[in-house]
Design a protein around this ligand. Structure first.
Ligand code: NAD
Length: 506
């Protein structure tokens, strides 16, 4: 028996046969030359839901060659902003049309709840529309103040062939944080989705084809980091790698890319603090903390899993959080009532649990949870909502990415101490502050080392606002105007327009 809110298996029909997925190279849908495939099991339902071609060096090189040839031919790279925008808007409409099927495949491969998958697909369609606006408004600069004989132009050009490497936690959203911006800039792309969640990227490829994207502009290679991601990172015909994933793999990509000095943009992990001052609205803070740590089962770069609370209100906040956590529905991801689904893999579940057990052994206390969760009719690839108190800043659970529904509670006495704790991790992705005093919030926002700061809220997101990390959370930015700038080169053109230049040789 459990006093948690658990949603058992639903009667929703599961697919009779797995979705079959092929590479998309130069406009053709292809199996791997050696016939290799890999199957994906639904984390919640334990059945194979997709079987994907498993790419090797040959498929990756063929995709790079197709993207390179297309870019150099100018088919897309020299097209007008109007044409690019028209296509991006069409894709957004097709995503909307197919949102139910896309969301369902995302649930089956990732284990996330259906309502959150739907919201993810809708959010992605919005990014395609936003990028279309950028395609129309993209422009360079001119310098008319260089004297009567000179005019300077600053041109923005597409960076070239870009490799887009994506993780499993928000497969469709993260590809949509990259691809429409790269296309708006005029780039060609080779996409490598995570081996665990390839389905919706392949579905997106089909939509791009339906929308009329010329062959070779976008290519998709399915498979593992080694060899697909490694080959993309090393190949001299690739001009840029845009990667979202773990900090460890980000470092490997940077090392592999260094031989060709290609541009690398990185969206990496986080260990994001939420600092709660004594004058905060504790009900609001507790609800946002529950959202921040249980959303996507905590498998979220923005997971607000490091709570730094003033010691005067620590007990009250923890009590509220425990009570809310018992009410959050965990379980069957296909049931619309569920807010927290399954954990991506048995290995990852073990990793989450190891952090919790290690913290316990080191003297931390469990206010709730701390074990796998058995869900009626579905098995136990779920993890209980878990609140760990008495955490010290040097414990791995306090400074490493757990990537599960686990929150660590640390306490502070002075604002200085709070800032020191907040900035005490190697990461710097996002941070939050809770206080009714706007000066306290602003002071924190200006001093915390994080790419995004939320004050009295958590994890709101807008296409207009840039997103990315400080320190080991990454380099570069996605979204907003920065989202297209990442995929652009800057070219300076200096034009003599009046008198001829004076002779240098007398
Ligand atoms: P991961 O780093 O294991 O894998 C990400 C992608 O890289 C996958 O497609 C994988 O196949 C590929 N890959 C693996 N080894 C590679 C290599 N040597 N060369 C090239 N590619 C390689 O990450 P994950 O487990 O899929 O995702 C979780 C991680 O992603 C977490 O650390 C999370 O914080 C991070 N993430 C960050 C953001 C952000 O915007 N900052 C967003 C989502 C997830």
């Amino acid at each position: 028996m459990t006093d948690l809110t658990v949603i058992p298996a639903t009667n929703a029909a599961l697919p009779d046969t797995p979705m079959m997925l092929q590479h998309w190279i130069g406009g053709a849908w292809l199996d791997s030359a050696d016939g290799a495939t890999s199957g994906r099991c639904s984390p919640a339902h334990g059945m194979t839901v997709s079987v994907a071609a498993r790419g090797g060096v040959a498929e990756t090189e063929a995709a790079i060659a197709a993207a390179r040839a297309c870019f150099d031919a100018g088919t897309w790279s020299r097209g007008s902003g109007k044409d690019r925008a028209t296509l991006l808007l069409k894709v957004a409409d097709l995503i909307d049309r197919d949102r139910a099927a896309l969301a369902r495949q995302e649930v089956l491969e990732s284990g996330k709840p259906i309502t959150q998958a739907k919201a993810e697909i809708e959010g992605a369609a919005d990014l395609w529309r936003y990028a279309a606006a950028l395609a129309r408004t993209l422009h360079g600069d001119s310098h008319n103040t260089l004297g009567p004989d000179m005019l300077g132009l600053v041109l923005k050009e597409p960076v070239g062939v870009v490799a887009l490497i994506a993780p499993w936690n928000f497969p469709f959203l993260i590809v949509s944080q990259k691809l429409p911006f790269a296309l708006a800039a005029g780039c060609s792309a080779v996409i490598k989705p995570s081996e665990m969640t390839p389905g919706t990227t392949v579905m997106l490829g089909r939509l791009l084809q339906e929308a009329g994207l010329p062959d070779g502009v976008v290519n998709i290679v399915l498979g593992y980091g080694d060899p697909v991601g490694e080959t993309l990172s090393k190949d001299p015909r690739v001009d840029m790698v845009s990667f979202t994933g773990s900090t460890g793999v980000g470092k490997r990509i940077t090392a592999a890319a260094s031989a060709t000095l290609k541009k690398v943009s990185l969206e990496l992990g986080g260990k994001n603090p939420q600092v709660v001052f004594p004058d905060a609205d504790l009900d609001q803070a507790a609800d946002a903390i529950a959202f921040g740590v249980y959303f996507n089962a905590g498998e979220c770069c923005n997971s607000g899993s490091r709570i730094i609370v003033h010691e005067d209100v620590a007990e009250a906040l923890t009590e509220k959080l425990v009570s809310l956590s018992r009410r959050v529905p965990f379980g069957e991801p296909l049931d619309p009532r569920t807010q927290v689904g399954a954990i991506i893999s048995p290995e990852h579940l073990e990793k989450i649990d190891a952090y919790v057990q290690e913290a316990k052994a080191a003297g931390a206390r469990l206010a709730l949870g701390g074990a796998a969760l058995e869900v009626g009719g579905l098995g136990a690839q779920f993890y209980q909502p878990t609140i760990v108190t008495g955490v010290r800043p040097d414990m791995p659970i306090a400074c490493e990415e757990v990537f599960g529904p686990v929150v660590s509670v640390l306490t502070f006495r002075t604002p200085e101490e709070a800032i020191k704790l907040a900035n005490g991790a190697a990461y710097g992705l996002s941070a939050g502050v809770w206080s009714s005093d706007v000066s306290t919030c602003l002071d924190f926002a200006r001093r915390v080392q994080a790419g995004t700061v939320w004050t009295n809220t958590w994890m709101d997101g807008f296409a207009e606002l840039p997103f990315g990390g400080f320190k080991q959370s990454g380099q570069g930015r996605e979204l907003g105007r920065y989202g297209i700038e990442e995929f652009l080169e800057v070219k300076t053109v200096q034009m003599r327009i009046g008198a001829t230049r004076g002779a240098w040789v007398a």
